[in-house]
Design a protein around this ligand. Structure first.
Ligand code: UDX
Length: 450
């Protein structure tokens, strides 16, 4: 099919590239002309593993093009995926102005029938507003629009694999045409009929994705409900970690045993500095607002948010109790991205941690394998190291703020010798307490006995 993707952020670029990978003809557009210039010249403006294979391959086959002019993109596709940002407003609501703007462009520029798919995370009932906007802005045109909601469940860092091998594809539709077109778009994924990109090695064994057809309102709710539940799981694990510390239990042992119960599941129970990124925190906030406006008291989720914010306080308490005085001390921070395998620092706990360290009067030297350039733009006042060893040199404490795999494999004996004081505060419970203590480190983690 001919598909347009509006918005080339983490979601839009992965969606566009993967739709081209499975055989469609895709045109991507973005209001950021600089981004389009980079993409047109063969560059990739974000770090997302796998895109470096999928994008050049699709471009070689002439299935993926980039256009700065959204009107051109709108006219090119029979289906248009809206993947623009929905950042939080100061009151926590999602800012839907970019979606409204795209609706206006689609309504005024389309010259043939379009399937308009909302992929950006939006509060429930946005699809209804989108339908209304398309009919109001397009009142002088005779073009027919079908609106659908197709929430994404892509995790940054593994988004290409998540797109090509999802466990479920949710389509919220109100017409048979919309359902049929979406089925056609996703058929190669449902049948696993595409060449699996090299970085994924092979398609996984196991059942094919579930195809779930719902109403638009349900599809929108599924997305928010899923992300908020994940956030709830993490905050639950973090509360448990606080309690485990008091009781002398080990959170790792506790969640391992809990996770073996299929009703609970093992994932998203890792305690530490808490959740960040551009989805979980903002989706949670927007969900709470939506519930409140609908007259439903979802204060349970406010607690989830509160517990998450307290993680940085807990980290600073740990530092204070070990160092006594923080002011003037040099602190190494390993990891700035909100999680490993991405360069995304939006709402990253690591960035909050660095800001708190600065406000406590510490001097910070940080290292991240991918996110340094992005961090430099928002945090120019700290030093950036070229390696973990460089960051550790002369530091009186070292924080692990993001669990990059390479940090587990460091030569920790060397780090110990480089540091002014061998103190590690492991914000992601990445290291083995026994091994690191045997090397002569003072080691503090989350929910593990000191
Ligand atoms: C999330 C959802 O997982 C995805 O389905 C949705 O489409 C977009 O939002 P993402 O933002 O990429 O994906 O990150 P995710 O892997 O969910 O992690 C979010 C945050 O939670 C990270 O900061 C991570 O470090 C933290 N986390 C995750 C924990 O603190 N503990 C855990 O057990 C798991």
């Amino acid at each position: 099919m001919r598909i347009s993707v509006i918005g080339t952020g983490y979601v839009g670029l992965v969606t566009g590239a993967c739709l081209a990978e499975i055989g469609h003809e895709v045109v991507c557009s973005d209001s950021d002309a600089e981004k389009i210039k980079i993409l047109e010249s063969g560059g990739i403006p974000i770090y997302e593993p796998g895109l470096e294979n999928v994008i050049p391959q699709a471009r070689k086959l002439d299935r993926l093009r980039f256009r700065a002019n959204p009107a051109e993109a709108v006219r090119a596709g029979d289906a248009i995926f809206i993947c623009v940002g929905t950042p939080p407003l100061p009151n926590g609501d999602a800012d839907l102005s970019a979606i409204d703007h795209v609706a206006r462009v689609i309504a005024t520029e389309a010259t043939s029938p379009k399937l308009v798919v909302e992929k950006s995370t939006v509060p429930a009932r946005t699809g209804q507003e989108l339908k209304r906007a398309l009919s109001v802005y397009g009142r002088k045109s005779s073009v027919t629009f079908h609106v659908a909601s197709n929430p994404e469940f892509l995790r940054e860092g593994t988004a290409v694999g998540d797109f090509l091998h999802p466990d479920r594809i949710v389509v919220g539709v109100e017409s048979e045409i919309a359902e049929r077109q979406l089925k056609e778009i996703y058929q190669p994924v449902l049948d696993r009929k595409f060449n699996c990109p090299v970085h994924l090695n092979a398609c996984p064994e196991g059942p094919a994705p579930q195809w779930l057809v719902t109403t638009i309102n349900s599809a929108e709710l599924i997305k928010h409900a899923s992300n908020s539940f994940l956030a709830l799981k993490i905050s639950y694990a973090n509360m448990l970690a606080d309690l485990a510390e008091k009781l002398g239990a080990d959170i790792q042992e506790v969640v391992r045993a809990m996770g073996l119960d299929p009703r609970i599941g093992a994932s998203f129970l890792a305690a530490g500095l808490g959740f960040g990124g551009f989805c979980l925190p903002k989706d949670l906030q927007a969900f709470v607002h939506l519930a409140e406006r609908s007259g439903v008291d979802f204060s349970m989720l406010r607690e989830v948010e509160k517990i998450n914010k307290q993680r940085i306080d807990r980290a600073i308490e740990k530092l204070r109790s070990a160092l006594w005085v923080v002011r003037g001390k040099q602190i190494a921070v390993l990891g700035l991205a909100f999680k490993p395998n991405t360069d995304d620092i939006r709402f990253a706990p690591a960035i909050d941690l660095v800001n708190r360290l600065l406000s406590e009067g510490a001097r910070v030297r940080a290292y991240d394998p991918q996110a340094t350039e992005r961090a430099r733009a928002t945090l120019p006042q700290i030093e950036y190291a070229t390696s973990a060893y460089d960051a550790a040199t002369d530091a009186e404490a070292l924080f692990i703020a993001t669990e990059w795999g390479e940090f587990a494999k460091l030569d920790w004996g060397r780090i110990r010798d480089l540091m002014a004081r061998p103190l590690v505060i492991d914000g992601r419970n990445l290291l083995s307490p026994r091994e690191i203590r045997n090397l002569g480190f003072e080691y503090r983690a989350f929910g593990r006995p000191d």
